[in-house]
Each structure stands twice: as structure tokens, then as C-alpha cells.
Design a protein around this ligand. Sequence first.
Ligand code: ATP
Ligand code: MG
Length: 255
Amino acid sequence: LNEKKDSISESKEIPIIAIKDLSFKYDNESVLENISLQINKGQKVAILGATGSGKSTLLSLLIRLYDDYEGTIQIGGKDIRSYSYNTIRNYITYVPQNPLLLNDSIKNNITLCNDKFSEEDIIRAAKQAEIHDFITLLPDDYNTIIGDRGCNLSGGQQQGISLTRAFIKDSPILLIDEGTAALDPELESNVMSNIINNMNDKTMIIVSHKISTVLNADYIYVFNDGKIIESGNPKELWQRNGYFRSMANLQNIKL
Ligand code: ATP
Ligand code: MG
């Protein structure tokens, strides 16, 4: 009953995510300064920016890791601090920059021990994350124990398991923080297409350093030193001759 009262409105008239004048500090160091942005339901938004510019911090505020910021963050027109952690967790799927894996079976790592998922669900999601073939080669396939924090797996394989969680969980908002960065270029491109093709109805924020990963975004924000220094669709940013264009040049990408 509580959950129902707490549910998140998806009215088309209000942006699904609205951030206004957001500023945040860890200890005394200012990390985000006066960030304002709005994301409509179903929009695919990318965040680019230098190391340490505050990208991961912004995502951590969206999942309520910290509440002590200035300004407001609204989801569905209401302050996120008015929702329970449970509501936020069900509504938002977050793929962190460093996968958090448990010393448990691959299956439990994918489902997080939630038994509502069938074997079929698990395999479908693992295929979309392009990790199924690898899993079937393991001694106990989906029942193989992956070691402390996934230490028996490569970085890309750990990321594959972490992404499988995103494909299996059906939530309206998806936040991916460098979620495909450890994959080789071919795998990365396949997984990105699977994300776009299978989760097209979701609202997404994708943080990446790779221009190729953000070319299909509806809108891109460029962060520098905790501030938004550029924003627009890929074409607009290309024409603007700023950070996006110089990153594209470095990565040999032309629009
Ligand atoms: P990257 O591209 O390297 O992932 P980022 O844009 O995601 O960088 P953040 O992780 O948001 O950057 O970090 C922004 C700033 O906040 C950095 O200066 C970092 O040192 C600092 N920072 C991050 N997490 C913490 C923390 N838990 N405590 C204190 N400072 C932190
Ligand atoms: Mg980061």
C-alpha cells in the first residue's frame, strides 16, 4: 500500500528527471556547481567530460546515495527525497562504473537472488549483454562461483555480468556509467545496439568517454570541473567546435 502512494508519475507533461541549480560537495571540495537539466520520458541522454568532472557523482545523487546537496532533483515532478529508497531502486537501474559483484554464482549475481526471474529471462538478458557464450564455457555455466568480487573474471566479463542485470531488470530509467568501457570494440558496439534496440522505451543516461557510444544520444551534456560547459544534440555539438568536436577529432569520428 505504501509503495502505491509512493509511486512515480509518468505524465507526459512533466520531465521525468528535472535537476535545478544542483550543487554538491564531498567534504569541502565542490564537485557539482549549479547543474540544471531536464530529461523527458524515453529520451537518451549522454554525459561526456574529463576525468573527475563530476559525472559519476551526478548519477550517485540520482539514486540517492547522498541527500545533502543544494538545489533540487525531481523525478516525475516530485523531489526524489520524498520517495523511499525502495521505490527509487525499483524505478532506476544503475550500472556503476566499477561492477559490484558478489562471491556467489553467476546466476545469483545476475538476479541478485530474486527468484522471480526464470532461466529463460536470465539467458535472454545474458545474450543481450553478449556474455552468454562465455558463461556456457565455464565448468558449471550459470552456477559457476565467480570468486571474491568477481576476481576470477576479466574486467570485461565482470562488466558483462553487471550489464546483464540491467537487461533483466525492467525499470523505466537506466543509468549506465562507463558500463561498456571494459569491453572490446566489437562487443561494445554489439551491446550498445542491444541496449538501443531492446530498451528503446526507457529513459537513459549514459556516461562515456567514447564519442562512438554517444552518437545515437538525443542530447549530450559535457561536464567540466563540475559544470555543464556544452549541451546539444551530436550535430549541434559538432558544429560548435568545442570539447565534443575535439574529442571526436581525437577519436577519428566525423559527423
Ligand atoms: P571519471 O571520468 O574519472 O569517472 P567523474 O567525472 O565520474 O570521473 P567523479 O567520480 O564524479 O568524476 O568525481 C568528481 C570529483 O569528486 C573528483 O575530484 C573526485 O576526486 C571527487 N570524489 C569522487 N568520489 C568521492 C568521494 N566518495 N569522496 C570524496 N571525493 C570524491
Ligand atoms: Mg566516473
